[in-house]
Ligand binder design. Structure first.
Ligand code: DGJ
Length: 558
């Protein structure tokens, strides 16, 4: 489609949608410590698919949409390239954004746009050529020995102004084409910011700022002692300085964008992975193993203080270490930070990571590189393709199961009624404690009466249980069975009670209403609800209690 046709189509859909839809922008809702992304008045779970870095082009997008469709994603995450959008200073070409928005609508996807601006993976590779080739006007970071890095200096007003102008232009344009339809849900401001190659900027401007005092706003918000960076932050001074200057810069960019069009903005994180090389190297080095100053675990307080225009700090997860995943979830799921994984590797762990994250309130989750499955064998994404399928099999199975109930999952999470269990080595049976019942989850098949469940060879069992009524539950999963027992607290109050199933229905939600497709009973319920990987489905089960022993009944017998 040429530029004019795209512009006309966007203008037409804008006029139509402006009258047809609410003007509520996508926003976060928080209830009792639980979050939801609200889109057009309803909770929305982002089942995302991030396309490869160089795929937001007319020649590559068709394959990207097909891959996202095959994956049953509801949202595509796609980059907007500064170098393409502002090829010469002050001349803007929004055809890339227009194409993304138009084609996403044609393919019935929502979008998350990724602003590849000053930072991309801790470097500057997406800044336009007129910036790259003019380091005098647009200064680079320097390392401690004065080497110019391929990282822009966050201390430079010229760099900041250039990014702000471009980003504000993008947001102004986005408002004009999507202000009513809300195809675009969120904006990722920069990509994995921070500095690769040095712990901080050592340019003359940076040195001067580093010798000065820690800004009083940061001192106040974090209750620090006033003074120079090295005095206040000690051994962490260099990285803390990098974190503050980077967060401050990105906050200015985001605020300039929000002044044009205030939708949700987040920063993705290349966090600090543990280093296991030598016993005495217990900390990864900033600027070497990860970009220094980005919103990695230890920098969260500085980022929250210095970047209030950023709504969410969102970790990218590339590891098969489940313990690490748990710790990252615990670190980023905070009262002031909804959990979102804008990138994760494809591969066999995807399913249990997704379920675990949902059980901790995640509002979105996306695998990276969905339009080039072979990517999984490249270093950044080292997991092998799962046997018996393509790299996309696991994400697509999960999304196929969850996309029809995505809105319910998001709402139940907001209400604090959604729980999950995932298999771990040596833990093939787990109990989810719900307010009115315990759900006992057993992983792996076959399960023999009275025996401990076998688990699965690669610990991939997972289950989701949500409370939809006092004794009614929505249940689903893979490689697991789920049965219900009375909660210990309920038994303590009254030991003379037992559970019975009144009705178990397999079914689906259509326009928010539950529709049963069949009633399950007999072998399908007598030993718990069974969720084999080969037959993904959702069950709604209604229980009731009855006395174990009814005194009155007993005495009325002749
Ligand atoms: C993380 C980055 O954010 C992505 O853009 C991409 O470069 C992946 N790493 C590659 O694995």
């Amino acid at each position: 489609m040429n530029k004019l046709a795209v512009a006309l189509l966007l203008a037409a859909t804008y006029t139509f949608q402006a009258s047809a839809q609410s003007n509520d922008l996508p926003h976060l809702e928080k209830r009792d410590g639980h979050f939801a992304l609200i889109v057009d008045g309803k909770p929305f779970l982002v089942l995302g698919a991030q396309i490869n870095n160089s795929s937001a082009w007319p020649s590559t997008l068709p394959a990207a949409w097909s891959a996202a469709e095959a994956m049953h994603a509801n949202t595509v995450e796609a980059p907007v390239y500064w170098e393409q959008m502002e090829p010469t200073r002050g001349t803007f070409d929004f055809s890339g954004v227009d194409l993304l928005v138009t084609q996403a609508r044609e393919h019935h996807f929502r979008l998350v746009l990724l602003w590849f601006g000053t930072w991309k993976n801790g470097q500057n590779h997406y800044v336009p050529a007129w910036i790259k080739s003019d380091p005098k006007t647009y200064p680079r970071e320097e390392n401690a020995y004065g080497k110019l890095l391929d990282v822009m200096s966050p201390l430079s007003q010229a760099n900041l102004d250039a990014d702000k102008t471009a980003f504000a232009g993008l947001m102004r344009h986005l408002k004009s084409i999507d202000g009513a339809q809300h195809t675009v849900l969120m904006i990722q401001v920069e990509n994995e910011s921070g500095s690769v190659g040095s712990v901080r900027d050592f340019s003359p401007a940076a040195e001067k700022a580093f010798e000065g005092p820690v800004p009083s706003s940061l001192v106040r918000t974090l209750h620090l002692s006033e003074g120079a960076w090295s005095k206040t932050f000690g051994a962490d001074a260099d990285e803390s300085f990098a974190a503050y200057t980077t967060a401050h810069y990105i906050n200015e960019v985001a605020a300039a964008g929000k002044a044009e069009y205030p939708i949700l903005m987040y920063c993705n994180v290349w966090f600090a992975y543990p280093v296991h090389a030598l016993e005495n190297r217990d900390r990864p080095s900033a600027g070497q193993e990860y970009p220094s100053g980005g919103p990695q675990q230890a920098n969260i307080p500085i980022w929250k203080a210095a970047a209030p225009a950023i709504d969410i700090l969102a970790p990218d997860f590339y590891s098969s270490d489940f313990t690490l995943f748990r710790s990252i979830v615990a670190t980023y799921a905070r009262a002031d930070n909804p959990l979102v994984f804008p990138e994760s590797q494809l591969g066999p762990n995807f399913g249990r990571y997704l379920f675990y994250a949902l059980g901790h309130g995640a509002i979105g989750f996306a695998p990276f590189g969905i339009d080039r499955a072979a990517m999984v064998n490249e270093p950044a994404n080292p997991l092998p393709i799962p046997s018996g399928g393509t790299a996309l099999t696991v994400p697509s199975q999960n999304f196929a199961l969850l996309s029809p109930i995505a809105s319910q999952v998001a709402r139940l999470n907001l209400e604090g009624k959604l729980f999950t269990a995932v298999e771990e080595a040596g833990a093939a049976r787990q109990t989810i404690h719900l307010p009115t019942a315990d759900a006992v989850v057993s992983f792996g098949f076959p399960q023999s009466d009275g025996a401990y469940p076998p688990g699965t060879p690669t610990q991939q069992g997972r289950a989701l249980v949500a409370q939809v009524g006092p004794l009614e539950f929505l249940v689903t999963g893979f490689e697991s069975s789920v049965s219900f027992t009375l909660a210990a607290a309920a038994l303590q109050k009254d030991a003379n009670q037992q559970f019975e199933i009144l009705r178990a229905e397999e079914g689906e939600y259509v326009d928010g209403q539950w529709h049963a497709t069949r009633i399950l009973n007999g072998d399908e319920t007598d030993r718990g609800l069974n969720f084999h990987g080969s037959n993904p489905h959702v069950v709604r089960i209604l229980l009731h209690t009855l006395p174990l022993y009814d005194e009155a009944l007993h005495h009325s017998q002749p």
